[in-house]
Design a protein around this ligand. Structure first.
Ligand code: NAD
Length: 335
């Protein structure tokens, strides 16, 4: 018998609770050996506890080390820092992982896309170090360290090795930013030497973007600093139909948070129209991370079969509601 594991659950805002319920329906049908510890994060936490990311929620993630998270709204122009940025910084979630693959019955201009974007999550131009030098002149600091570059490179090569992938491509602009991107590239090359079974190459970011929209099927694992990673991971999602059909994970040494990369979609919240595919894919990634690959495969097969049968939500050309889509997957998981 498999031991039951506790996972922190954040339903989030907007469509978050609906897509989370859909995922729980499927996990329940699959008899996943998980117990969920629900914590409040986002708008309701802000209203009821005065902080969108209460200490209690952080403590739960630290204790359980694994969390499944729905999208959380970030108030624009208010005092609070983004919950997502706070989670990454506080829990040192240094690696952002986004697998991108064609999904049956989801329209895309490309076939054979099967790549993974690995993005460094803690430094680069996202360090938040900006200041006004004199009025009209602003300086924004790009921080690249050997420690963080080596750590993310090891993560990418380990991920490649553990998942049967053949090649890691570092994406950079070291021809212009010779010191910062040069250091990143130097660290990647040093790490690559320890993985002779994985092919290692690199591309300049602009050329890589053009190539990705011409021949995405040629790429395997992409390894990038924070800013390039942010941009290229959305570009890559667009290759297979958008943010609604790609999962995401933020991983660190102390915890791992699995979440859909789309937002709270306030325009369709509460209407049974939201597509839970991205969050379900993130839950599948979570099960693999937790050492439950067979369960993950079974749920993935049921999800893909459901999509192949043409059962899908309106955003991807279907007519099924969130609940009907989840029930159809749950039915296949059981059988
Ligand atoms: P969004 O992703 O919420 O919505 C963009 C468009 O995509 C909308 O038309 C929406 O209806 C549609 N959409 C998104 N997810 C969908 C789904 N699962 N099914 C069907 N349609 C879907 O982006 P936005 O409008 O820019 O952001 C809204 C809020 O979400 C903001 O407060 C933002 O800060 C927050 N946000 C949170 C996260 C997160 O927590 N990870 C990520 C991005 C945005």
């Amino acid at each position: 018998m498999t031991d039951t594991r506790t996972v922190t659950l954040i339903r989030g805002d907007g469509i978050g609770p609906e897509v989370t319920d859909a995922v729980l329906t499927v996990l329940d049908a699959a008899r996943a050996p998980l117990v969920f510890e629900e914590v409040l994060v986002g708008r309701r936490a802000e209203q009821e506890e005065g902080d969108p990311l209460p200490a209690r929620a952080l403590a739960s993630i630290q204790r359980n080390r694994v969390a499944l998270k729905g999208p959380v709204g970030t108030p624009i122009g208010k005092g609070f820092q983004s919950v997502n940025v706070r989670l990454r910084q506080t829990l040192n979630l240094y690696a952002n992982l986004r697998p991108v693959r064609n999904v049956p019955s989801i329209q895309s201009r490309f076939e054979g896309v099967d790549l993974v974007v690995v993005r460094e999550n803690t430094e680069d131009l996202y360090s938040g170090l900006e200041h006004t030098v004199v009025p009209g002149v602003v300086e924004s600091l790009k921080i690249i360290t050997a420690a963080a570059s080596t750590r993310i490179a090891k993560f990418a090569f380990d991920h490649a090795r553990q998942n049967g992938r053949k090649r890691v491509t570092a994406v950079h602009k070291a021809n212009i930013m010779k010191l910062s991107d040069g250091l990143f590239l130097e660290c990647v090359r040093k790490v690559a030497a320890d993985y002779p079974d994985i092919v290692s190459d690199d591309r300049i970011v602009d050329a890589a973007c053009m190539d990705l929209v011409l021949r995405p099927e040629r790429y395997d694992v992409l390894l990038l600093e924070n800013l390039y990673g942010d941009i290229v991971s959305d570009l890559a999602a667009g290759l297979v139909g958008g943010l609604g059909v790609v999962p995401g994970a933020n991983l660190g040494t102390e915890a791992a948070i699995f979440e859909a990369v789309h937002g709270t979609a306030p325009d369709i919240a509460g209407q049974n129209k939201a597509n839970p595919t991205a969050l379900l894919m993130s839950a599948i990634l979570m099960l693999r991370h937790m050492g439950l690959p067979e369960l993950a495969d079974r749920i993935e097969r049921a999800m893909l079969d459901t999509l192949r049968a043409g059962i899908k939500t309106p955003d991807v050309g279907g007519t099924a509601g969130t609940k009907e889509f989840a029930d159809a997957i749950a039915g296949r998981v059981k059988s």
